[in-house]
Design a protein. Structure first.
Length: 100
């Protein structure tokens, strides 16, 4: 099974937040640990917070943490939410379907 880079980073981000559940973690910390850019990470954080997986706090003392208990977050839920519009194969894509 192949997943998008976005989902891969999202899972890593959630694992990092779970292992640091006692505090807010910064975008810079996560970007360094996940080996990704902060701008790309910001998009993923925004989406995960919209879905309720993350709680975000803005400002100088801000950061992110899990938006619900880690026992209520499953990998399957994250995958389904983030990959729901990604076609499994070209034949399932309505716009650019060129399958014979």
């Amino acid at each position: 099974m192949r997943i998008t880079k976005r989902t891969n980073i999202a899972i890593r981000l959630l694992m990092f937040c779970a292992s640091n559940n006692d505090r807010l973690v910064t975008k810079a910390e996560i970007a360094e640990r996940c080996n990704t850019s902060e701008s790309h990470l910001a998009q993923i954080i925004n989406r995960l917070s919209q879905l309720g997986f993350l709680y975000t706090q803005r400002g100088r003392t801000g950061g992110v943490r899990l938006g619900r208990p880690m026992t209520e977050i499953t990998v399957g839920d994250v995958f389904r939410q983030l990959e729901q519009n990604t076609p499994v194969a070209e034949c399932f894509a309505d716009v650019d379907n060129t399958c014979p």
